[in-house]
Structures are given as structure tokens and as C-alpha cells.
Ligand binder design. Sequence first.
Ligand code: SF4
Length: 476
Amino acid sequence: MSAPKYHLTSYGCQMNKLDSELVESRLRQRGYVAATSEADADVVLLNTCSVRQHAEDRVWSKLGTLRVRKRGQPGLVVGVLGCMAQEHQRYLLSRMPHVDLVVGPSAFGDIDQKVDAARAQNARIAAEREPARTKHEVAGAGVVAVGDGVSGDRIVRDVRVRPHRSQAYVSVMRGCNMPCTYCIVPTTRGDEVSRPLADLVEEAQRLCDDGVTEITLLGQTVNAYGRDLKGEHATLARLLRALHEIPALRRLAFITSHPNFLNQELIDTLAELPKLARYLHLPAQSGSNVVLKAMRRGYTVERYLARLEQLREKAPDIELHSDFIVGYPGETAAEFERTVDLVQQVGFAQSYVFKYSPRPGTLAAELADDVPEAEKERRNAVLLAAQEAITARQLGALVGQTLEVLGEGESKVDGRLSGRTVHHRLVHFDSRDAGVVGQYVPVRITAALGHSLVGERLADDAAEAGAHDRVEVQPS
Ligand code: SF4
């Protein structure tokens, strides 16, 4: 009998993609193989995200398609994993009889057994020769685990399952204890749970033994890492220092940081450790104290800027990335202008801008969503334009420089390769040698595009010059 085939689609953030790698790792260990397409799969899994409405809409639409397909293929197993499984468990159970598995993000540890159970259940239904659909409609989802299963963090990761040979993500913690009013993450992912420091070092070592040279640590508030590990004195700074000791590791990054946990210990670590990537994702969300207070972010603009000043004093080459929400309930045009001012004052290297949309179950969803859609669109466009002008200036200043680029793969720009600098800048470069994927190569920057750079790879003997290039981009 041939091995059962699965197809897994990930929606949403990087954390979800890593969860998907862990789920795949588990399935492969149990003898499942990846299907070449969704149509070819015996098991279709959707690893979902609730943070934005758009991501949810895509999943509902996909479930509609799968409902039709399952009518002709009753043995097909359909699974909803991740945040929507947690958030919409009751709806999925009562209204989606074609869904066989509903598994929340804290219950991935024995996902392979859950998939097996769902397949066995469908096989039983078929063997009983009962109309499969009717039975499913009565039973609802067959296998459900949203918060009481075995945590994915207890999976011993198969380090061979990863999309890039030289790069890997490592999840250092789950959940979030912060009270941001607009955010569904504390509901879907639960309280902060940090993984033991020794486990993380061991996993990173195994990844590096298997060829990884760049690791990005993931956490919703990654710089709060360790505060729930009583008695271990684990902090992000200590973890970074421990990982820095792995000889094969060349680059180490971490996302996403909360401004309240950017402390002196972390700043000193950023300043001292040469392998640390030179960017920090530190979402400000708004430039208005009124809006920040309404969002319950726990800091003021002044405090945010004071932290940045401390950082720039010690590590001036760190570039800053941010997220912003425009059109939060009650945000006036004048308050929005303060956000534009903040973007210009800090000179972020990049910002993700989101129009506010209420997420059911959050505190903000109980407020009147009173900024009209057209005004949200306008604010979105204004803030993006402000950010793009800054990005264009910063990228333009890099033309003529030689930067070290980690080759990642084929570029979307005509027949080139692409890679990232230590500042996380995307570079498209000419190289006839596909062997540079996974290698650190010197690239002379020849042009700046809207959000990326174009360059030409230099000969290897220029590597030494490029390897230590750290271009400081001054805030505008
Ligand atoms: S810090 Fe706030 S926005 Fe970020 S995950 Fe936690 S609750 Fe959500």
C-alpha cells in the first residue's frame, strides 16, 4: 500500500510557517509523504491565522471548495489547524461537517496520531457503507484538540525538514501576556510559555550541524523570553549569548520585540555580539499617546523614543522596523499625523502598515469602528508614502557599497538570484553560479528599487572586504 499523502497550506505569520514545518516533520516521521498538489492529497491541512480578517476569509473560502470536493471523496481528511481552530472551534464543529480535524496551536505535539485517527474514522465510515456525508454531518469534526493536547514545543524537531538549507527559524516561546486591545493572539495562542534555554541551544546546534548558518528566533514578544521560566534566569540576552557560541552559526536574528522589554541587557548584547543581525523589529503601532493608551500598549511615544536613543548610543548601526495600525477606533486626523511625524523622526528602514479591522473577541471589537473606510485608506496611503520616501533615501545611499549577501534562491527580478544583507535588505544580484545559494558573497550595489537593491556579485577574493561591511544608515 502506498504511503498516505498530505498537503499543508500555511496562512499568516512566520510563526505559523514554522509550526507547519513542525507538523510536516511529525507527519513524515510517521510515514506520510508530501503530495505534489492539493488535488493529489489524502489529507488536506490548513494551518490558519486569525490576526487579520483577510487571512480568515481565504480559509473560509478554501473550506467551501473542500466541502464540494469531499462529496466525491468521502475518505479525504480535512483539517483546520492553528488560530482559527482555537478561535472558531464551535462554529467548525457545528457548521462544517466536512472538517475532520480541529487542532489549536498548542496541541500539535501528537498531530500525526490525530491525523491517523481521523483517517481511521473515515475508513470505518466507508467500511460500514453508510452514507459518509450523513454520518459526518451528525458527528461534526472527528478529532478535536485546541488547548489540551501535547504542545508542539515538545516535538523533537526533525531539523532536515525546512525550506532553506542555510536558514532556519526557531520558536523560543508561545503566546503573549500583553493586553493590546486589538489583538487576538493572547486568546488564540494563550499565555506566554518559554522553552527552556538548554533545549533551544540543543536545537540550534542540531540545525547548524545540518548546514544552517543563519537562525531567526521567533516569539510574539520575543524579548520577553524567559520571564515565565522561574529560577532559570533565562533572558533573550542570555539565550543570544549562548547561541552565539555555536561556531558554525554566522547570523542570528530575533522577531518580534515589544518596546517595553528593550532593556539595557539586550541593548548591550546587540552592541557586543558580532553575529547578531543589524535590525530590530520594534512595533510602535502609533505615534499618538492617546491612541497608544487606548490600545493599552503600555508605553508612550516619549518612552519609545528614549529606548531608541539608548539603543542608538550603543548600537548605532541597528536599523529599525515597525508595524503601525491606522484608523484605530477614535483615532482623529491629528492623532494620525503624529504617527506620520514619528515615522519621519525615527527613519524606520521599513514599516508594515495595517488598516484597523475589528477582530471578534478582542476588547477593541466592542468599540465603535468609527473611522470611515475611505479615511482609513487615505491614512494608509499617506503613511506608506512617508515610509517609502525614507526607504528610497536609505536604499539610494547604499548604491556603490559592497555588502555581504546570504544567497537565498532565485530572484523575482529576471533571472537573477536574491539574498539578504545583515540588515535584512533584499538584494537581487547577477550570478551564473547557483551554488551561491546558502553562501555569503560580496555584492556591489548598482541600483536601488522601491523596496530592494540590485547588485553584481564580486569575485570571491573580494569576500573579505564584503564580509565585514556594516553600512550605517542615518535616521532621516
Ligand atoms: S504584544 Fe500585543 S500585539 Fe503583540 S502579540 Fe501580544 S497582545 Fe498581540
